[in-house]
Ligand binder design. Structure first.
Ligand SMILES: Cc1cc2nc3c(=O)[nH]c(=O)nc-3n(C[C@H](O)[C@H](O)[C@H](O)COP(=O)(O)OP(=O)(O)OC[C@H]3O[C@@H](n4cnc5c(N)ncnc54)[C@H](O)[C@@H]3O)c2cc1C
Ligand code: SF4
Length: 325
């Protein structure tokens, strides 16, 4: 990796001040923990002349959990989400997903906002400048052809954040601040199926917080498959929230990550609601999960492996969660 190019660093002390700086410096970028942004700058994938450091914005670190809802500022670190007893108790999928990100030193500085706004990843893109030059670049940066799917007009780089699927399964809402004020968006509408522009975040907006409802009777969990168990992006990740009424499934949401350009909720799960979780239900659920899985040759493991492992991961996690209820 090459050295960092020079840039100006700005230090807002409020979220609205940060948005003003962003509007006044259109090519600037927010930097939170910097654990994704700085490696990407070093690789020459972007070269913002101005970085707006969110580390001095106290309001972004607000953290509250009560009986009905939780609200986390975008600057809350993943380490604190993973360790908070209230999150562990009420929103276990969120704590498990935060704990599954990278390694311990990353998680002490990496933030919720940075994780949700992570750039999409691809083995032809997350490489040094020299590597990419030697391989004629690709459409996502400096080239004109997709290396993973050369005939494709679109980029299939995979969204590989761990926390987004947990928040999808938990039915969270994101709060976005722009020059016109605050808007709230269900997190399922925050992601676009496009490896180039994967966020429904305007260029003059920032993510300020995430709100998560807490409902009685629901349990949740997250699990992922990765190459190195101690530190790695998900090759496939699954988050599940479910409600069990005796022998019957009375609520179910399943979300995937790492297997397409956006984290995605499986649809048509209503068909198994009100039924027993038997083999027929598992088969139906696996079918629904498989429909979210559109991996391309963007990682070191094969496409057929990621296609097969995702529904298996969902089945095992669901079984575990069901039996623990
Ligand atoms: C070795 C290694 C392993 C990793 N493994 C994983 C992994 O297993 N799972 C995983 O999910 N990630 C992984 N990551 C990526 C990264 O560490 C995490 O996703 C982390 O949570 C990013 O948060 P950050 O605060 O460091 O973001 P930053 O790097 O500061 O920012 C990331 C992006 O978000 C934007 N941004 C930050 N905050 C805001 C905001 N409030 N509003 C709008 N935009 C914002 C930035 O401009 C930037 O584009 C890994 C990284 C490394 C280096
Ligand atoms: S999917 Fe294609 S265009 Fe997108 S980063 Fe990978 S090689 Fe580049």
């Amino acid at each position: 990796m090459s050295s960092l190019p020079s840039f100006r660093l700005m230090h807002p002390t409020s979220a609205s001040g940060a948005v003003v700086m962003l509007c006044e410096n259109p090519a600037s970028r927010f930097i939170a923990g910097g654990t994704d942004l700085l490696p990407n700058i070093r690789r020459g994938l972007l070269a913002p002349p101005v970085l707006i450091d969110l580390g001095s914005v106290d309001e972004l670190r607000e953290f509250s959990v009560d009986a009905n809802r939780a609200r986390f500022g975008a600057g809350v670190t993943l380490a604190s989400l993973a360790a908070d007893p209230r999150v562990l108790q009420s929103l276990p999928a969120l704590a498990q997903a935060a704990l599954a990100v990278a390694g311990p030193t990353h998680r002490t500085v990496a933030t919720l906002g940075g994780n949700l706004c992570l750039d999409t990843r691809c083995q032809y893109y997350n490489q040094s400048e020299a590597w990419r030059e030697g391989n004629e670049y690709c459409m996502k940066c400096a080239g004109d052809t997709c290396r993973a799917a050369p005939k494709s007009a679109r980029c299939f780089a995979a969204f590989s954040g761990d926390v987004a699927p947990a928040l999808l399964a938990l039915d969270a809402t994101v709060e976005l601040l722009g020059p016109q004020g605050l808007r709230r968006l269900p997190i399922r509408d925050f992601y676009c199926d496009d490896g180039m522009v994967s966020l429904a975040l305007a260029t003059d907006e920032m993510l300020v917080a995430v709100e998560v409802p807490i409902s009685d009777g629901w349990s949740s969990a997250y699990d992922k498959v990765r190459v190195r168990g101690a530190i790695d992006f998900p090759l496939a990740g699954i988050a599940i929230a479910l409600r069990r009424d005796g022998e019957v499934l009375s609520g179910l949401r399943i979300a995937c990550t790492g297997v397409s350009s956006r984290p995605e909720l499986a649809d048509s799960l209503d068909e198994v609601i009100g039924k027993r979780l038997d083999d027929a239900a598992f088969t139906m659920i696996e079918k629904c999960v498989r429909r979210c899985v559109q991996p391309m040759e963007t990682t070191v493991v094969s496409v057929p492996y990621r296609r097969r492992v995702t529904p298996v991961l969902a089945r095992r996690l669901l079984q575990r969660l069901w039996e623990s209820e």
